[in-house]
Design a protein around this ligand. Sequence first.
Ligand code: ADP
Ligand code: MG
Length: 648
Amino acid sequence: MMHLVELRDLGRSFTLGGETVEALRGINLEIKRGEFVALVGASGSGKSTLMNILGCLDAPTAGTYLFAGQDVSALGQDALAELRRRHFGFVFQRYHLLNSLSAVSNVELPAIYNGVSKSRRQARAERLLAQLGLEDRLHHRPMEMSGGQQQRVSIARALMNGGEIILADEPTGSLDSINGAIVLDHLKTLHVEGHTIVMVTHDMGVARHADRIVEIRDGQIVSDRRNVATVTHPSPGLVDLAGEAGFLTSFLRRTSEAARIAFRSIAAHRLRSALTLLGIVVGIMSLAAVIGLGEGGQAIVLDQINRLGANSISIFPGTGWDDRNAGNVDTLTPDDAAALAEQSYINSVSPQAWDTGQLTFESTTVDGLINGVSNAYFDIAQLPLTQGNRFTGGENRALQEAIIDNNIRRTLFGNSRSPIGEILFVKDVPFVIVGAIGELGGSLGQDKRPQVFIPHISMISRISGSQRLPEIVVRINESVGTDVGEKAVIAFLEKRHGTRDFFTYNSDGIRRSIEKTTRTLSMLLGSVGAVTLLVGGIGVMNIMLVTITERTNEIGLRMAVGARTSDIMLQFLIETLAITIMGGCAGVALAFGLSALIHSIGTPIPMVISWHAVSVGCVMAIVVGAVFGFLPAKKAARLKPIDALSRD
Ligand code: ADP
Ligand code: MG
C-alpha cells in the first residue's frame, strides 16, 4: 500500500549569519492514511521544522518528500498551495486566527480559496463550530474568546476543506489542562472519524494519546514505536469541497472575496486610508482642474475668434505687428475696400477705423471706443442687431448715424429707456442712434470700454479727418476657402499698391496658433498635476508596503490555508486600486466644486470640467493604483508561507 507521506533521508539546514544549523538530518518516516502520530522531543529538536515540511509550508534542503507517491519538490508555488488547500488542515500553538474576523469567517477562510460559495461556506463553518461546541460563539472575534475556544475555532478551520491530514503543532501548548484535554478529545474523535493526525508535542502526557510516538532529538529520529494495539481506521470518505466550482466561478468568487477583504481593511484603517488618499485627491483634482481651465480658456479664446467670423481675413498696413513704421503707411484706403468688394471670391468687405473719445448723452459722458465701419462689418464680425437698424446710407454716405453696444445702452440709457432715435455726441459731433448690438466686452482680450459704431465715411470726414485705414476686414466666399482667399487678396492688393506694404491675418491661423498655445499651457499645467499624482502614488505605495509588513502574519496564514500567489496579489492590488479610485472620485468631485467656486467668483477664465477631464482623472487614478499597487502586491505574494507565519 502506498504511504500517504514518505520522507527519505530528509534534511533541513538553516544558514544564519554564516553559520549553518542542521535542524533535521537523515529523516526517514512513513505515515499511513488514518494514523495518529505524535512527534515528541525537547524544544529545539526540530519538531516544528519537520511539521512545516510535512505541511508544504517549508521545503527540505536534502532528501525527498513523497506525498501520496508524488515528489513534492517538483511542485510550484500554486500547486503546493493547492496541496495545502485540499489535503492539510493546520492547528498552531498560537492559533493564528485573524483578529478582525468572526469565528465563522475565520473557519471559512480555506474554502474561499477553493471557490466555494458564500452560503455553503457559512453553513459548513457553522456546523463545524457547532460540532466543536462553539454554537454560541459563531460571531465572536478571537479576542472575545478564551484560548481553548480559539484553538477549537482553529480545529474547525483545519476541517473546513476536509482536513484529510491534520497537522497540529503543540495544539495544547498554550492551554490549561482542562482546555488541553478538550482539544485532545476533539483530535481523538477526528482520528476515529478517519482523519490522519500528526501532532507535535514536547509533553509525553499528551503524546500518549496517539497511536504512534516518534521521538526526535537534535534533528534525528531516535525512536518510533506503537503506543497501544493500533487500530487504523479506514477513511470514511471525508468531505472534500475542493474542485467544486468551475474555474471561472471560482475565480470570480475569489476576486469578489479579495475585494471584500480589501474594503474591510480600508474600513479598519479609516484615518490612515483617508490620509493616504489625500495625495491622490489633490493630484486628480489638479489634473481635472487644469484640463478644465485649459478647455475653458480655449473655449473663450475660440469664442472670441469665432466672433471675427468664419472665413474672415484682416488686412493691416505695414509689414507686421512689429513694424514701427506702420503708422506712416497710408496706402490702405477705403478705395482698396471698394475694389476688393468687386472681387468674385469675396463675400463682403468692411473698412475699420478706430479712435477713442468722449461719448455724451444729455449730461452724462463716458470714455469710449469709436469704430468706423460699413454695414458689412456686422455680418463679418457676427454682431447681430438687438434693436433698431443698420446705417440707412449703407457704404457711401457720411450720415451721422450710430450703432451702440450694450455697454453704452446700459450706462447712458438705463434699462427702461430706448436709445433708438436719441442723439449721442461722439467727440462733440451729434449722431442719431439707429441701432444697438449685444454685449461685447467682458471676455478675454476684448476692449471693455463702451463701443460705438459709425459709418467709416463719417469717421473720416467728421472725426479723424484721415483717409488712412488701420484695418480692412474681409469675408471670403465659403466655396473658396480662407487660405486660397487670403492668397488672392494679397496678390490683388500687392498689384494695386505695387508693393507689399500690408499684412494679413487669417482667423483660422489665429485659431490654430491659439489652440497650440493653450495645448502647450495645458500640458505644462497638466504635468504639474501629474507630478502631484506621482508623489501621491508613491505615498500610497509606501503605506501599502507598511500595511503588508504589518499583515505578514495574515498573509502567511492565508497562504498556509491554500491562498495562491494570485489571490494574495489580487487582494493587495484591489486594496491599492480601491484607495486610488476613491481618491480619484473625490478629486473629480472637488474639481467640480472648484469650478463652481471659480464660476461664482467670476474670473475671466472659466473652468469647464468636461467628460474629458473626468475620464482622464478616473483613468489616471486607475493607472496610478495599478502601477503603485503592483510592487507591494508582488512583495506580498512573494513571501514564503513559513517566513510570513513565523514572524511574530
Ligand atoms: P522545535 O519545534 O522542536 O522546538 P524547531 O523545529 O523550531 O524546534 O527548531 C529546530 C532548530 O532549527 C532550532 O535549533 C532552531 O533554532 C532552528 N531553526 C528553526 N527555524 C529556523 C529558522 N527559520 N532560521 C534559523 N534557524 C531555525
Ligand atoms: Mg516548535
